[in-house]
Ligand binder design. Sequence first.
Ligand SMILES: *Cc1c(COP(=O)(O)O)cnc(C)c1O
Length: 401
Amino acid sequence: MRIPQERLEKYRNLKREFSEEDHVNLQPIQRGGVLSEEAMRAIIEFGDGYSTCDWCPPKSARLDMIENPPIKDFYNDLAEFLGMDLARVVTRCREAKFIAFRMLGAPGDYVVLDGLAHYSSYIAAELAGLRVKEVPVGGPPEHKVDLNAYAAKIEEVKRETGRLPAAVLLTHVDYQYGNVNDAEVVGKIAQDYEVPFILNCAYSAGVMPVDGKKVQADVITGSGHKSWAASAPTGILALRKSLEEKLLRRASIQGDLTSRSFVSKELALLGCTVMGAPLLTLIASFPAVVERVEKWDEEVQKARFLVGELERIQGVKQIGERPKRHTLIHFETEPFFKVSQSHKRKGYFLYEELRTRKIVGIQPGLTKHFKLNTYGLTWNQVRYVSQAFLEIAEKYGLEVK
Ligand SMILES: *Cc1c(COP(=O)(O)O)cnc(C)c1O
């Protein structure tokens, strides 16, 4: 069918809501995915379709075997960086989790996971045919996962099914409160029961140091577009050598007429995964990422500074663990909610006040509580953001200490 030109016009000149250059963006899921300059250049260089595949080796014919651009080396360096043995890049963190669940479990098996796990962990389990057993989360204000309860939950699965769970999954840093879980505790429990331990590092690996060996992770999953200065979609699946045969099992299917087979292809990866510009952004940003995780402490200092400043507004409170050990921050902001009730723009007033100050990323309409992320902001930007909040508070007559 022929689509009329005027309908196509809107596709020609795509623009973002705001530009990263002249706005401070606090959107929790976007801070760690801001591209490096090297990654920007890689997009232009490798934007064409299968342009990464110029030098695909004819025999092994697989993404992870390509040496130019240096994908093969990158996979090795990536694994080493995470303290793991092997790594693959997949489309998203959720796909990495799905692959792990699918290849480790049999339909009906359980996965034990924390009650603050991301929705995609649940959905990945469902698609893999697995059930979930949740580890409880403690109450306010800290909302900490009860890590020692992993053992009891594994026991519960054993009693109920007569089998061990297919895996345990811990969300290293949760998306709600930005709490950092002590992965070693769960690693030890999983090791004792000999259950594979999947550490979901969507909010940690790529921004802060993660050592899979130290915490005894069997699988690490990560998100390139969330935490590795890469374009979407990119995810990371890193594993121990001992799980290679399970997770990276080769295809064994054969054509019934042609007898064609594909024995070099990794089954759960459908042969090849992300083969274009997004993968190359992840690779191009890797040197910057290796460097930036060393500066994590300073990133946490900025987050703590912002908490201190915003809590000067009477009634504003950071929830989740204190002091912060991560840059994703959840605030309860009852005073702003009170303002919104009599404001003609209702809940949108806060978004709009910030927007006029060129600050974006707080979800429009939210005033009772909201999340933001300071990762990668300069000190000046953090001070500017604090100042803006205090200014807005004073403008509406809130008490500022
Ligand atoms: C954001 C997030 C994900 C999703 O990552 P994708 O790469 O988009 O699949 C998974 N887990 C956690 C904990 C997250 O915060």
